[in-house]
Design a protein around this ligand. Structure first.
Ligand code: F6P
Length: 552
């Protein structure tokens, strides 16, 4: 089908959705449920071990059809193929975005510049396997011959959030041989806290940086290196204790890392999509290579689902288009990620980077300013803790916040009736958000409590909950390496589809560069250098003076 070159907001599908929004404005979801007993069954889909109930959305068959028509008109199927085939879909950096190739083990060739990249991917996995085996078996030891007990992963952004999420989420699968630590922030407290817990002789350091130019990572790496040298290590110890994962092996070698200890990264993998590469080394060390492969296979199953399932049953596409529906037609400014699983505590942070760095853009791929909102604010936290914190605003605040509730049907730690209670909490939230409480219901409740008519009149408005707040419920049997892989890949593809609709480059991140550039000039001045153009506003200069006045 030829793609429509008209601007997004003047396309017929867009205009149809705008008028459908007007038509649905006064029909709450509660009514839609009452009118249609099959609603939950119809708005339910499965794939790659995940199930999605999307019935608690402001949705009708006509709206769903229009959302899918918009997806087709914007070229989602074609762009999806282009991504999998390795086309240069990251236009501003002229690069492919091939995180899907990292989990395509045993699959077809994937060509970049006429070369099949799959052998390199397989080779890297094989190196990870033998390295992991050497460390866990004790064949490879620290500089005094002792087995490694701790692994400290130093990296930031995508070189940190994904591996941290997966290591935590798969805690029940950890082999218990190594303690894992992550250092990201350029705040001395981060690395000092970790170094206090480990012993030089038995600590392995992974320097994780695609560019090997990231200030935070390099400075932390330097502190770790100095610490090892100050605590009995020599240059030979550095070679044994430091490993790098990077696409810039020259800089890694200049840092002092032996070439045999450098694992590859490629410019066709974005940082926030890189946990499936050797950036996942901390994961492999903590849960073993078999589980790492299971993680990849779960993600691959989601890739297949995304690539081959009709849009109407396609998990990432449905979730993406619902996000478009709320961001662009209902004015939602944020989206909540609410995992009801203790081990998924870091999921919102990972998805924040994935989504906000990908779709936090204000020009189209051609560089034209967009005339519609793009990526929303992603936030969230584990249930039920959030219920006693920010859920009040979800229920009665003035903002519309669509939410994803994510919960496994079985707990990794079945104790008492905890999981049934947790599940009930999750469902009660999605139901309360959808149904709310009418004024009549609030009044009846207060009457039953025996309150006077005056008290009822005063209290009832506070007890009304308007409801009609949308949510998705995402289920899996259990949180395993496979279902976790599928879950993370699902959100990667959801982000991609939204980027296609908004016509932004989801794979660059120029916005973070300005702060980095200015940081250099400011640091210079803090260290005593002259004032420069970068610091020439009175606020920045005043703050620098204050900092310098207290510098020890
Ligand atoms: O892996 P690197 O090159 O150190 O980059 C770390 C992170 O910095 C960013 O470039 C910007 O924050 C991210 O995209 C990336 O994941």
């Amino acid at each position: 089908m030829p793609l429509d070159p008209a601007p997004l907001t003047s396309r017929p599908e867009w205009r149809a959705l705008a008028s459908l929004q007007q038509g649905l404005k006064n029909t709450p979801m509660r009514t839609l449920f009452e009118q249609d007993p099959d609603r939950a069954q119809r708005y339910f889909t499965e794939g790659a071990g995940l199930s999605l109930d999307f019935s608690k959305n402001r949705l009708t068959d006509e709206i769903l059809a229009s959302l899918m028509a918009l997806a087709r008109q914007c070229g989602v199927p074609e762009r999806t193929e282009a991504m999998f085939l390795g086309h240069r879909i990251n236009v501003t950096e002229a690069r492919p975005a091939l995180h899907t190739a990292l989990r395509n083990t045993g699959g077809n060739a994937v060509m970049v510049d006429g070369i099949d990249i799959m052998p390199e991917v397989e080779q890297s996995l094989a190196r990870m396997a033998s390295f992991t085996d050497d460390i866990l078996s004790g064949r490879r030891t620290g500089y005094t011959g002792k087995t490694f007990t701790d692994v400290v992963s130093i990296g930031i952004g995508g070189s940190f959030l994904g591996p941290k999420l997966v290591c935590e989420a798969l805690k029940p699968y950890q082999n218990g041989q190594l303690r894992g630590h992550f250092v990201a922030n350029i705040d001395g407290s981060d690395i000092c806290e970790v170094l206090q817990q480990v012993t030089p002789e038995t600590t392995l350091f992974l320097i994780q940086s695609k560019s090997f130019r990231t200030q935070e990572t390099l400075e932390n790496g330097q502190i770790a290196r100095d610490w090892l040298l100050e605590n009995g290590g020599t240059d030979t110890a550095i070679a044994q204790h430091f490993v790098a994962v990077t696409a810039n092996s020259r800089e890694a070698e200049a840092f002092g890392i032996a070439s045999d200890n450098i694992f590859p990264m490629w410019d066709w993998v974005g940082g926030r999509y890189s946990l499936w590469s050797a950036i996942g080394l901390p994961i492999a060390l903590m849960v073993g290579m078999t589980n790492f492969h299971a993680l990849l296979s779960g993600a691959r199953a989601m890739d297949q689902h995304f690539r081959h399932t009709p849009l109407e049953q396609n998990l990432p596409v449905i979730m993406a288009m619902l996000g478009i529906w709320y961001s662009n037609f209902w004015g939602a400014e944020s989206h909540a990620i609410l995992p009801y699983d203790h081990y998924l505590e870091s999921l919102p942070a990972h998805l924040q980077q994935l989504d906000m760095e990908s779709n936090g853009k204000c020009v189209t791929q051609d560089g034209e300013p967009v005339s519609y909102p793009t990526g929303p604010i992603i936030w969230g936290g584990v249930g039920a803790n959030g219920q006693h914190a920010y859920h009040q605003l979800l229920h009665q605040g003035t903002r519309l916040i669509p939410a994803d509730f994510i919960i496994p049907l079985q707990s990794q730690n079945p104790v008492g009736e905890h999981h049934a209670i947790l599940f009930a909490n999750c469902l009660s939230q999605t139901r309360a958000l959808m149904a709310g409480k009418t004024e009549e219901e609030a009044r009846q409740e207060l009457e039953q409590e025996g309150l006077s008519q005056d008290d009822i009149a005063a209290l009832a408005p506070h007890k009304v909950i308007h409801g009609n707040k949308p949510s998705n419920t995402l289920l899996m049997d259990k949180l395993t390496p496979e279902t976790l892989g599928a879950l993370v890949a699902l959100y990667e593809h959801r982000t991609f589809v939204q980027g296609v609709i908004w016509d932004v480059d989801s794979f660059d991140q120029w916005g973070v560069e300005l702060g980095k550039q200015m940081g250099k000039g400011i640091l210079d001045q803090i260290m005593g250098g002259p004032a420069t153009k970068t610091t020439s506003d009175s606020s920045t200069e005043q703050l620098i003076r204050l900092f310098r006045s207290k510098r020890p």
